[in-house]
Design a protein around this ligand. Structure first.
Ligand code: ADP
Ligand code: MG
Ligand code: MG
Length: 919
């Protein structure tokens, strides 16, 4: 047995789990490369790649993501063998660096950096200057003759180690830092001299001792082990988990740990640190973009400690380093064929690269960059398709302010335009309050001095994010762009009192609940509410803006037309009204996958007729009401067909339980009681009583599993008759006008072929009658939704009658899990917290279970009828991950809501291309 297994392994050609767990980079050579993100994380892969490219990268090693998995499997311990492997790589690093960890004369200092496959900005913490202790700091001072620098590094290390490893709140340290600054009359951190920093170090060590009940660890090897474990631990901290939940990143992939020789941006005025992008990540414009700080280290730029300088100014301050940085980053962009987001440090005028990765960008920028890169011949249209996240296209459809309305209010202040879009809402000062108010149906703007990773849930629900400090690469800016939230940061004129829940600006006080509006593209902030206006793209599609005048529309259109070339799946829309059909067509849908007829029943003035139909206790009365509905439905269908310009339209016969069209039982009872109380008698009271009686008759314990779908058509065939008549008459009318349509009549909730046969007989009979009367021949199809598990399991039988299937994945999910869509909210969250479910199966298809039913339905259906038309019309039709699945199982089309049509077009192309790339 055992032998067989090994043989099988060899045949499959897959390498077994390798014994290598630690990957070195340095001296122009790395064990890894850019393609090893799974193992090395994004940061580790990038460092390896840059090292191999001969760029100036401080040497180091990456402990792979597999070790993270092992760490958790082994009950949060690292096995001895891996520990030894780390020891060996550390020796190698010491040799490369020409320094030794723990040496007092020539101490090696390192950073310990987390880095998962997907970057999670600010989610996990980095420790800098590890290796310092009371002796090494003196050694560093002697070696560099720079006591200020040595103690600045030490205080930073204690604070980072204290907060990340010892889990002491940052405030405890900041409090001491501020106290020393105040006592010395220092305004900035750089105003503190060596003496002051020594005092900070003493105070920090006391904080650490008081809080952790032990002396601050002095042994660098112990510091390193503790830090490494803390990074692994941080993978499971609350904000990392929340971040992964929002961005659908699996929990099991783990993080790598990078240990890297320190380079110092804090040695004085000839040093500094910065971050940047090769293009503007907010607008996509081709411009070098970023910020730096002189005499600073690590995250000072991002954390908004001091206001950073725009990167252009580096050209004056350190022209040589600037030139080199431009050259290197241009090369990186060419090499990666995408915008790079990079980190660098300059130590005594010498440039070091510390990170490179694909830059996160707004939807707007994504489209601009992708089309520009094609024009620059750096990538092909195929690459461009894969470069844009389909979800991010939604940002391009988001409304902006109506310029006339916007002009009416004066500008209160201006901040940095970090993420474009128009935001207007009630001010809140905490993430929790944001969530609370949004749950009450309000629209809020989250206003903070600066945001921190713990704010992420509040940022997610807000209309926009407004901060007083921080630059274009601050947390609020980075996360705002990624979420596609309008954000203005660093609006320094805002005097924010978070505890007092108010801010002052221009002599005015703005309290929690007051309205604020801002424009994330210009950075302007105004006090008050401003109505917004459709996005440029929508304006073009509506015909209110000339496409020639909208650069972004033309790029959007180009990108999607490339997508159309490569996708295999057809794209339809779910639309019930003529205007929705028009919009969907304009967005590029070619067909309607689901037209819900009952939505038409709710149209103006129709409910009384529908109620009359339901209340009828005999067929004759019911037919009378249906006769009244017929012309209305016919006009509806005519409009929808026309809106789709002759593309196929799938119309579903009535589906919901009838009681949904009647007033609520409790409401009726109250009304009746009121009438009785007032001693009223007569027609009104009688009618209400009759209605109540019928409502009670129709009452169901479980309406979702009740008298609905095909069951209605079977019990009241005259409804199916009327709907068929309306559909075919509308088609005849259009045909006479020269527009050919092929209606697809779809019977919902079929689980047995006999149900469908029953309804098909009705449809065919009425269609024949109509065509004869009109003297027109129409081609139409009769099919069904596959949304009951039994329907999927017996799809071969059902296909004997059905000419098409449309998978109704909402009901199919509901019935597969036995989760009611309307009640799942009560426990879904807990299921997700307990990791029983990773994703909401109603938002993204459960490929294993529900997907298996779809797959079965496809296979069985095609076995009976090879030319069976197959589509999907659930919510999942607009979800990129689900679209990948539907492409794989071989559906002909997906149908999504009109606004999601662009997303679906792009996702379908990505699905087709990634299949070809082969995975
Ligand atoms: P994040 O994932 O949050 O970006 P990083 O690991 O990149 O965290 O590190 C945080 C900051 O510390 C960055 O500004 C980075 O450039 C800096 N840094 C990391 N390692 C070193 C190092 N070896 N020398 C100097 N600065 C470093
Ligand atoms: Mg970090
Ligand atoms: Mg970084």
């Amino acid at each position: 047995m055992a032998k067989k297994k090994t043989a099988a392994k060899r045949v499959s050609g897959k390498p077994g789990k390798s014994n290598k767990h630690v990957y070195f980079f340095g001296n122009g050579k790395a064990d890894g490369n850019r393609n090893m993100k799974d193992l090395l994380g994004g940061k580790g892969a990038g460092l390896a790649e840059m090292t191999n490219a001969g760029l100036p990268v401080p040497p180091g090693f990456t402990i792979s993501t597999e070790v993270c998995t092992i760490y958790y499997k082994e009950n949060r311990k690292i096995p001895g063998a891996i520990d030894r492997e780390i020891g060996e790589q550390l020796k190698k690093l010491e040799k490369a660096a020409g320094a030794a960890l723990g040496s007092t004369k020539n101490p090696l200092l390192v950073s310990v950096r987390s880095g998962a496959k997907f970057s999670m900005p600010g989610m996990m913490d980095t420790i800098l200057n590890l290796g310092l202790n009371d002796d090494a700091v003196e050694g560093l001072k002697a070696q560099t003759r720079n006591g200020r620098f040595a103690y600045d590094s030490y205080r930073r290390f204690i604070q980072m180690f204290g907060s990340v490893v010892l889990e002491i709140p940052k405030d405890a340290f900041e409090h001491e830092f501020e106290a020393v600054k105040k006592a010395r009359g220092a305004r900035l951190d750089t105003d503190l001299d060596e003496q002051a920093l020594r005092e900070v170090v003493d105070r920090y060590k006391k904080v650490a001792k008081n809080r952790s009940k032990r002396d601050f660890p002095q042994d660098p090897h112990e510091q390193l082990k503790m830090s490494r474990d803390a990074v692994f631990r941080s993978w499971m901290n609350a904000r990392a988990i929340e971040y992964r939940r929002i961005y659908d990143i699996p929990d099991h992939i783990g993080t790598a740990v990078n240990v890297q020789m320190m380079v110092f941006g804090n040695t004085g005025d000839r040093s500094g640190t910065g971050v940047g992008f090769t293009r503007n990540p907010a607008t996509g414009a081709k411009e070098f973009y970023g910020e730096f700080l002189i005499n600073a280290q690590g995250e000072d730029v991002v954390a908004g400690i001091r206001t950073p300088q725009p990167i252009r100014e580096l050209e004056q301050v350190m022209p040589k380093a600037y030139k080199q940085l431009r050259e290197i980053t241009t090369r990186l962009e060419k090499n990666y064929k995408d915008v790079q987001d990079f980190e660098f440090t300059i130590q005594d005028e010498r440039l070091f690269m510390l990170q490179t990765r694909s830059g996160k960008r707004t939807g707007h920028a994504a489209v601009v960059i992708a089309t520009d890169l094609v024009d620059e011949k750096l990538i092909t249209p195929k690459d461009a398709i894969l470069l844009v996240d389909p979800e991010s296209l939604n940002q391009l459809l988001a409304p902006g302010f109506d310029p006339d309305e916007w002009k009416k209010l004066p500008v209160a202040t201006r901040g940095l335009p970090a993420s474009p879009g128009a935001a207007s809402g009630e001010v809140v000062f905490s993430a929790d309050r944001a969530v609370e108010w949004v749950n009450q149906g309000k629209q809020v703007i989250l206003v903070r001095r600066e945001t921190v990773p713990d704010d992420i849930h509040g940022m997610f629900v807000s209309q926009g994010i407004l901060t007083a400090t921080g630059g274009m690469t601050s947390h609020a800016a980075v996360v705002g762009r990624q979420m596609g939230k309008p954000s203005v940061v660093g609006a320094g004129a805002l005097a924010i009192d978070e505890a007092g829940k108010q801010f002052r600006v221009e002599g005015k006080t703005v309290k929690e609940g007051d309205f604020v509006s801002f424009d994330g593209l210009s950075g302007e902030v105004k006090l008050g509410k401003v109505a917004s206006k459709p996005s440029e793209i929508l304006q073009v599609l509506n015909g209110t803006l000339d496409a020639k005048k909208s650069d972004i529309y033309r790029r959007f259109d180009r990108l999607l037309s490339w997508a159309d070339k490569y996708r295999r799946l057809g794209i339809r829309a779910n639309a019930d009204q003529p205007d929705q059909a028009e919009l969907a067509y304009a967005f590029g849908a070619r067909g309607i996958g689901l037209c819900r007829t009952e939505h038409m029943f709710f149209g103006e003035g129709r409910i009384p007729i529908v109620q009359k139909m339901i209340l009828a206790d005999n067929e004759a009365d019911r037919r009378k009401a249906l006769d009244q509905l017929l012309p209305l439905q016919r006009d509806d269908f005519y409009g929808v067909f026309k809106g789709m310009h002759g593309e196929p339209v799938t119309i579903r016969t009535i589906d919901p339980p009838l009681h949904e069209f009647l007033p609520k039982r409790e409401e009726l009872m109250v009304e009746i009681a009121r009438l009785e109380e007032r001693g009223k008698k007569g027609k009104e009271l009688d009618e209400k009583r009759h209605l109540l009686e019928r409502v009670e008759q129709l009452h169901e314990f479980n309406p979702m599993l009740g008298h609905r779908g095909v069951r209605l058509g079977i019990t009241y065939p005259e409804i199916t008759e009327m709907q068929t008549r309306a559909i075919i008459e509308a088609a005849c009318r259009l045909q006479k006008e020269g527009i050919k349509v092929v209606p697809e009549i779809m019977i919902p909730l079929v689980g047995m072929v006999k149900e469908l046969r029953d309804q098909k007989t009705v449809v065919d009979r009425v269609a024949a009658e109509v065509m004869k009367a009109e003297g027109v021949k129409i081609k139409y199809l009769v099919g069904t939704m596959i949304e009951v598990p039994r329907g999927a399991a017996t799809a071969d039988q059902i296909a004997t009658e059905a000419e098409f299937f449309s998978f109704g994945t909402n009901d199919l999910t509901q019935l597969s899990y036995g989760f009611s869509r309307d009640d799942v909210g009560k426990f879904l969250r807990i299921y997700q917290e307990k990791k029983i479910l990773e994703k909401d199966p109603f938002a993204s298809i459960d490929t294993e279970g529900v997907g298996a039913l779809v797959d079965t339905g496809v296979k069985l259906g095609r076995k009976t009828r090879p030319d069976l038309k197959l589509g999907i019309c659930g919510e999942h039709g607009g979800d990129p991950a689900s679209i990948h699945f539907f492409d794989k199982v071989g559906l002909d089309y997906v149908s999504a809501s009109p606004y999601r049509v662009p997303v679906a077009r792009l996702a379908a192309a990505q699905a087709a291309l990634s299949v070809k790339v082969g995975d």
